[in-house]
Design a protein around this ligand. Sequence first.
Ligand code: SF4
Length: 62
Amino acid sequence: MKAIVDESTCIGCGLCEQTCPAVFVLVGQVDKVRVDPVPEDEWDRCCEAAASCPVEAITVEE
Ligand code: SF4
């Protein structure tokens, strides 16, 4: 699984980092993806973070 953050859409709210800190990290006002691929034991939290993003900036690919 791969997570992608659209940095032009991200508003830097930090929610994804709170939900799944192993994968997402806020750098300044933009969120970055720490790991590629996403470790299997983080898939659920990663998907939860993607679903919770208020501006739908996170895409998750199989
Ligand atoms: S939840 Fe969405 S808007 Fe908020 S920091 Fe993460 S990617 Fe950006």
